[in-house]
Design a protein around this ligand. Structure first.
Ligand SMILES: [Zn+2]
Length: 251
């Protein structure tokens, strides 16, 4: 037991040494469970850094298989993984980063029928998907299940980040408040639009960073839409408001 404690203290010493983390913060990181929906460019990077930080309980969901055109941005996948299911391969790779991790995976696509069980079991939900159908389902069920949602979207050189807790305060919007006209059959994805490797990685990194900020109580920004233009290196924060007509969070 003492050996394990020493191992963990050494492994996470560069975080524990920080005033903002300390032993207490590191324990909070150990104890937080994360659900990552979508194991592509965003999900691979976010899960990798969260695992390295000490997050040990992860649920990975993706029904897709690794293909050659994923390899410009989906860290941890190699040509040997082509044709295999992303969530299974990612779980295996993450266990090599943290042997103490407790990772479960699903090869299902999230639907209104199955999403409840994944959301209920975890503290924070990451939307790393590339389609509006999944995004709207995740948003709705995070609101119903009272879970913090860390959502990211990437396209070309642009990253969009939104942390939502629409159930938590009367002024906090949900994803649908910001994009009221989105419908589940709007099918454009980043695969159709193009994405450069580093932008995908940065999107996942910002998501992981937002999660750690939340866990450590550093910043709660439930009414900010963050837009990062990686070509111009410009970051904008837009204050977003609850839409009183929202069919998800103002019913
Ligand atoms: Zn709403």
């Amino acid at each position: 037991m003492i050996e394990m404690e020493e191992y963990l203290l050494e492994k996470y010493s560069r975080q524990i040494i920080m005033n903002e983390v300390g032993l207490e913060g590191q324990k909070k990181i150990f104890d937080t469970s994360i659900c990552i929906i979508g194991c592509g460019g965003l999900g691979t990077t976010a899960s990798q850094y969260l695992t390295m930080s000490g997050i040990s309980k992860l649920t990975l969901i993706d029904n897709d298989q690794v293909n050659l055109s994923n390899l410009n941005r989906q860290t941890l996948f190699t040509e040997n993984d082509i044709g295999k299911n992303k969530s299974i391969i990612l779980a295996d790779k993450l266990k090599r980063i943290n042997k103490n991790s407790n990772i479960t995976f699903s090869t299902e696509k999230v639907t209104k029928v199955n999403i409840g069980k994944y959301i209920t079991e975890n503290n924070i939900i990451l939307d790393c998907t590339d389609n509006f159908e999944s995004r709207l389902i995740i948003n709705e069920f995070c609101h119903i299940g009272k879970k913090v949602l860390v959502s990211a979207a990437i396209q070309n050189f642009d990253i969009q980040i939104f942390v939502s807790a629409s159930w938590k305060g009367k002024s906090f919007p949900c994803y649908k408040c910001i994009f009221p006209n989105l419908e589940e059959n709007d099918n454009e994805s980043c695969d159709d639009m193009g994405i450069i490797s580093s932008v995908a990685g940065m999107g996942g990194l910002i998501q992981a960073n937002m999660v750690l900020n939340l866990i450590l109580g550093l910043k709660e920004n439930f009414n900010e839409l963050i837009l990062f233009d990686c070509a111009k290196i410009e970051l904008k924060k837009i204050i977003v408001k609850k839409n009183k007509e929202c069919k998800v969070c103002c019913k």
